[in-house]
Design a protein around this ligand. Sequence first.
Ligand code: HEC
Length: 260
Amino acid sequence: MKKIIATITLALLPALGFAAGSSVELEDMTPDLHDKASLQRGLNTFANYCLGCHDAGYARFERAATDLGIPADLFTENLLPAGNKIGDLMSNSMDSKDAKAWFGAPPPDLTLEARVRGSDWVYSYLKAFYEDETRPWGVNNTVFPNVGMPNVLEGLQGVRHVTCAQAPAYDEDHNPLFDTLTGEALTVEKCGIVAQKTKGSLSEEEFEQVVYDVTNFLVYMADPIRLQSEALGLKVLLFIVLFGVFAFLLNKEYWREIDH
Ligand code: HEC
């Protein structure tokens, strides 16, 4: 009995750990692998902003270009990082020992990241950086506390910081409070809120689109065969239905004489 309980506890541990680590609410991100334009923009962002540190060492440039409908010459001219050939794996030459010294933790390979963490996590994480002078890169992250990665998209997003702001006031039952004289909603000052400090080069919606696209690309990369599998699945189903019709007719034919 003891052994069984120990086994169950062991099996549950990762789940418990995961639950403990995910105290922050994640935003929904529904990938759309049919949106080629989004995937192309995502690949562009990935090549320009992420590949410098992260590998995607189980994927090849050429495969991504072909799958996303980018002609090889255009890809080579505009997206291929210097020193690479289009047939190469998406890896960089950063030494993992150097990387560990610079960032405290080496940047992990991102080929399967969207499958490991899920698209909601990756999407929320990339948006969750905020200013924190106590950290080596001056930023922290609400989804991944004390992360070693700098906010590489800060120029686009702008700086966010922890501050105090006016927030709607609620009573004990969570009903909004109103001023009895003017009818206006009451507010209280709340601290520890992450809010925009300075603007980036993009608006909030534009920035969300960039993060959506790069996450969408990571989802594609973690399972590049998914669209083909879906298409194949449909064909197989169609075949079974058609085959079923003929099997039914043949069966009828076989039994015709016997039935009469
Ligand atoms: C300057 C180097 C650098 C760049 C550029 C960079 N990262 Fe990172 N990233 C890191 C480091 C270092 C870590 C590991 C942090 C840690 O474990 O504390 C990391 C961690 C991550 C993680 C979390 C991995 C995990 O599951 O533990 C994700 C996701 C990620 N990066 C995505 C991206 C994306 C997407 C881009 C491009 C928009 C990008 N990174 C650009 C250095 C970088």
